[in-house]
Design a protein around this ligand. Structure first.
Ligand SMILES: [Fe+2]
Length: 243
């Protein structure tokens, strides 16, 4: 954990919920990375851009339905599951819940994952163009996968071959190494039931609801287009915090 992360933790522990709101506020008006690894809340936050901001790669109607219907439903169902299963959300972070998801119901697993994954997904994108990652993350990607192009190929393959609905991930494992994985449904690498566990740095939603209106059955075209939207500054921030 770096000093910036420690400072943020100290700040949040001193200021409580008000501090979380203040810490997340810059995302509402800019694309500057500012969301700490552990700052995803139980409630849905406003999108950090308008529904049409990711055109032409993701169309406005898909974004609106995705955010206001699909993602909103995960947030609501998560709240219901927390009430039913007596999770004290004021004292249990969403990450802590996901880390022990095997102790909870399938409803909790699906909706805690669904909510976390989407809240992360919105922040991982920004209006085009996107440039290749640089800095320490770019170096780690090159070292691990050979080159950025090789990484894109391997990540794209994980996304294309995920049968049915799910996600592709770039994650950092507990030993500090990078890995690519994919998970079914709304699972993610934070869950104690995940095949490959760690902190997700980058995730791609490959449920049909994420792309069907524009791309129909052509998931590979959606994946190729999505690279134009990745907010690598934010991914770099997550990598720096997680190391
Ligand atoms: Fe989705």
């Amino acid at each position: 954990m770096n000093s910036a992360h420690q400072n943020r933790r100290q700040f949040l522990s001193k200021t409580g919920k008000a501090g979380i709101a203040i810490a997340a506020m810059p995302l509402m008006s800019s694309f500057a990375p500012s969301l700490a690894l552990d700052a995803i809340a139980y409630q849905q936050k406003p999108l950090p851009y308008s529904y049409n901001a990711l055109e032409p790669y993701i169309d406005a109607m898909t974004m609106e339905i995705h955010y206001t219907k699909h993602a909103a439903t995960y947030a609501k169902n998560l709240a219901d599951a927390c009430a039913a299963e007596k999770v004290d959300t004021s004292n249990t972070s969403l990450i802590t819940l996901l880390n022990s998801i095997s102790k909870y119901s399938p409803k909790m697993r699906n909706n805690a994952g669904g909510h976390y994954n989407h809240e992360l997904f919105w922040q991982l994108m920004k209006p085009a163009p996107s440039t290749a990652p640089s800095g320490t993350l770019g170096e780690a990607i090159n070292k691990t996968f050979g080159s950025f192009a090789d990484f894109q190929k391997a990540f794209g393959e994980a996304a294309k071959t995920r049968f049915g609905s799910g996600w592709a991930w770039l994650l950092i494992k507990k030993d500090g190494t990078l890995a690519i994985s994919s998970t079914p449904n709304q699972d993610n690498p934070l869950m104690d039931i995940a095949e490959v566990q760690g902190t997700p740095l980058l995730g791609l939603d490959v449920w049909e609801h994420a792309y069907y209106l524009k791309y129909q059955n052509k998931r590979p075209d959606y994946i190729n287009a999505w690279w134009n939207l990745v907010n690598w500054e934010f991914v770099q921030q997550r990598f720096t915090e997680a190391k």
